[in-house]
Design a protein. Structure first.
Lengths: 295, 476
């Protein structure tokens, strides 16, 4: 019991240090975004806090012509909101069905889901299906539908739902509730922490996704935010690595944006998720134990 | 009633489908612009009025994006017509090996008469694939390549750099490097970073005809293929680089420097490697802001690198290759069309300041700065500051330049894929340290040669020899 008072001090210290370690890179990113490349080098290297005057040139440059970023924001927001809502709905419905022991094809469906977790058709067939058979190129469907069902989330939720006493469902049934009503008014409210966790993960997934965009989006107006960022960074890599092979006029064209612009883009793209996180936190703590040992 | 609606729908669908089959789609890497759609619409209209073909422009934002998407789309067999390709991004030889492109030998003289004649025969020959066919239409810019080095002018004068001697033998550089190192503690003599070495600039000093992967043909015996790694010249070369590294002529943390350009601008270096272009001194100054002396190594050569950097090919899945080639002909010979794509709409995005010169309008919404993507840069209106002799200089350079021996020989790696893949993993480990000079041949080379034996790299050398023999036999 004596240690009881000391433990929090240690714990707090530990987590303070951990927090600092996680925040420092962000601070550094911000610092670079308000500094001048050549100045950094002249001063002998990066510093944690901006040296001298803050320069908002990078932000000015980005926001002077913000069309692309705003458009990308719109796409990503729409995809994240619709995708998360749809995904949570489908995943919870599926998980609930699988959690019911009186569902006859439970095993078959579980196996079907599990199988897709381990084996997939491969990239090219996937591409042909979405791009050519369904013809979803440059459409929101391509960004949302392929990620709607996450089997892992289904299984996590199923385990969580199974923890809910069967009597609850039975009594609801006796009171004349339909299956949908049971799910939405009895099961989901009881499982809020789990739902919030799943929703957060799904939202993160949609927000950070550039892969689907890379495969199926080519219209400039439809680029998700992360794809915009990824394109910029990977483009810099290619340009730098193959500098001597490129046509001469390209080398002179200064295609590599300054470090400050890159870092400013990073902050602009990451910002909203950093803000969204605390809102979920309340549920998140409880949700972490989701699917753990049954209580 | 219902039936007629259905018929109408089917009919219009058929019409749309038909129109679509006639459209030529043109895929290329780009840097997205606010007014892209406006410009491309105007360009389509222009092509339609000129040759009656519908063109659909499909730009891809960024090079890596283009590469990844195109590899997937060619693999999946998407219907496409004109595809941009090069030797450094969406690599054309790989795609030819994958059978993604159509051979153009018959189409070019017939449907691309102007540009086919404009591009010298030597260039077409260089681009021929190992089966002897032409698959790609090259761009024209400055079609010869010469490597060299830049030296900060004040330091070159202060420490008495003998440029002539360096041009004869790069090792004459050493005393100057030592002097700079001693006299200027703030400055690193050589600009070397993770992606930027200087060693590639010295390739013209090597006694090689050509290097293919790890195989090399020596000038002294141009019919025999040997391993490049244990050649005395190569070992000596690696020793020199290692010596320079150990002497501190290169930053000892060079491999952490991913982008060296800002450091060069911040005057951190005294010298570096560069590719020579006409008026290289002026260009360098405009880019980096300080005066330089340039050393030119070897002779300007017509090489694959200097013409394969931007090309167009016709996709194997194209429904109408003839129209595709016709569009290319217009692009590479029609000033209006070419400049429309390069600079946008006249009056909105640029102003003409003379018969052949222009001034861009600032923040106009279209300034991709990628004239070379669209092919024949000799058609471009000149921007302020660009010499009006650029085109004629390029043409003279091409006339006087030498064709590398075996310039049109292509080594087909497909028979020894596994060897090359195994070698690839080994090379990734040492590539950077070789460029920077950390690689110590006395200590590290035996291990590499041992590994080469293990993965049977001699198979590669035998394969190159076999293909070279076949090439030589065909030449006679």
């Amino acid at each position: 019991m004596i240690t009881n008072r000391r433990t929090p001090v240690f714990l707090h210290l530990f987590f303070l240090v951990l927090c600092t370690l996680m925040l420092l890179p962000l601070l550094s990113v911000f610092t670079i975004s308000v500094s001048d490349d050549v100045e950094i080098i002249k001063a002998g290297g990066y510093s944690l806090l901006p040296r001298g005057e803050w320069k908002w040139d990078a932000y000015n440059l980005i926001f002077k012509n913000p069309y692309q970023i705003l458009q990308a924001y719109q796409v990503t927001l729409l995809v994240t909101v619709i995708g998360t809502a749809g995904s949570v709905l489908l995943v919870s419905g599926l998980a609930y069905t699988l959690s019911r022991r009186d569902y006859r094809r439970r095993k078959a469906v579980s196996f079907y889901l599990f199988f897709t977790m381990l084996f997939s058709g491969g990239l090219v067939p996937f591409y042909i299906l979405v791009a050519r058979v369904l013809d979803w190129r440059d459409s929101y469907f391509a960004l949302i539908v392929p990620a709607l069902i996450n089997v892992w989330n289904v299984f996590v939720l199923r385990t969580n739902f199974q923890r809910i006493p069967g009597e609850l469902i039975e009594s609801a049934k006796m009171d004349g509730a339909s299956e949908f009503r049971i799910l939405f008014q009895i099961i989901l409210p009881v499982a809020t922490p789990a739902m919030a966790t799943i929703a957060l993960f799904t939202a993160f997934g949609y927000w950070n996704d550039w892969w689907l965009g890379l495969l199926f989006i080519n219209k400039p107006d439809m680029n998700p935010l992360q794809l915009l960022l990824k394109n910029m960074l990977s483009n810099i890599e290619v340009v730098l690595a193959r500098m001597n092979d490129m046509p001469q006029s390209l080398r002179a064209a200064n295609l590599v944006p300054t470090e400050a612009i890159r870092m400013a883009m990073c902050l602009i793209a990451a910002g909203p998720m950093l803000l969204a996180f605390p809102f979920f936190q309340k549920y998140f703590v409880k949700g972490l134990t989701v699917g753990a040992v049954k209580g | 009633m219902r039936k007629s609606v259905l018929t109408a729908v089917v009919l219009s669908l058929a019409l749309v489908g038909n129109a679509f089959a006639q459209t030529v789609t043109m895929h290329f890497p780009f840097s997205n612009q606010r007014d892209s759609e406006k410009v491309f619409a105007a360009a389509s209209q222009y092509v339609k009025s000129k040759i009656g073909i519908d063109v659909q422009f499909v730009p891809y934002d960024g090079f890596d994006n283009y590469n990844q998407k195109m590899i997937l789309q060619t693999t999946a067999g998407d219907v496409m017509d004109l595809l941009w390709t090069s030797h450094w991004n969406f690599v054309y030889t790989d795609q030819i090996a994958k059978n993604s492109f159509l051979p153009l030998d018959d189409l070019l003289p017939k449907y691309m008469p102007t540009y086919y004649k404009y591009v010298p025969k030597a260039v077409w020959d260089i681009l021929r694939y190992s089966d002897g066919k032409i698959y790609t239409v090259p761009f024209m810019e400055y079609p010869v390549r010469q490597n060299g080095m830049w030296f900060k002018k004040d330091l070159a004068e202060k420490y008495k750099l003998d440029v002539k001697a360096v041009e004869k033998d790069f090792r004459a550089l050493e005393p100057w490097l030592a002097a700079v190192k001693k006299g200027e503690p703030q400055i690193t003599p050589l600009a070397v970073g993770a992606n930027t070495s200087v060693s590639w600039a010295f390739e013209s000093f090597a006694p090689y005809v050509q290097v293919f992967a790890n195989s090399v043909v020596l000038k002294s015996n141009p019919k025999k293929v040997v391993n490049v790694w244990d050649q005395p010249y190569n070992v000596e070369f690696m020793k020199t680089m290692n010596k320079w590294y150990k002497a501190g002529y290169v930053r000892d943390d060079a491999f952490t420097v991913k982008d060296i350009a800002p450091e060069v601008k911040a005057l951190k270096y005294a010298a570096g490697a560069t590719v020579i272009s006409p008026d290289a001194e002026a260009k360098f100054k405009a880019e980096n802001g300080f005066d330089v002396v340039i050393a030119r190594f070897g002779k300007p050569m017509v090489a694959r690198d200097s013409v394969a950097g931007s090309q167009f090919a016709v996709s194997r899945t194209s429904k109408n290759p003839v129209n595709a080639v016709k569009v290319l002909e217009l692009l590479d010979s029609d000033k209006v069309f070419y400049n429309l794509l390069s600079y946008g709409i006249e009056g909105t995005h640029f102003k003409k300041t003379g018969a052949n010169t222009l001034a861009k309008i600032a923040d106009s919404g279209y300034d991709p700065n990628m004239t070379w993507v669209f092919g024949n840069t000799h058609l471009a209106y000149l921007q302020p500051g660009v010499s009006d002799k650029t085109v004629s200089e390029a043409q003279t350079a091409l006339k006087n330049a030498e064709l590398k021996l075996y310039a049109d020989f292509v080594f087909d790696q497909s028979p020894i894929k596994t060897v090359e893949a195994a070698w690839g993993t080994i090379y990734t480990e040492i590539g950077e340290s070789l460029g920077i000079g950390i690689f110590d041949p006395a200590k590290d080379l035996p291990g590499i040669l041992e590994k080469q034996k293990k993965i049977e790299l001699n198979k590669e050398i035998a394969e190159v020899q076999k293909q070279l023999d076949a090439y030589l036999a065909k030449k006679k």
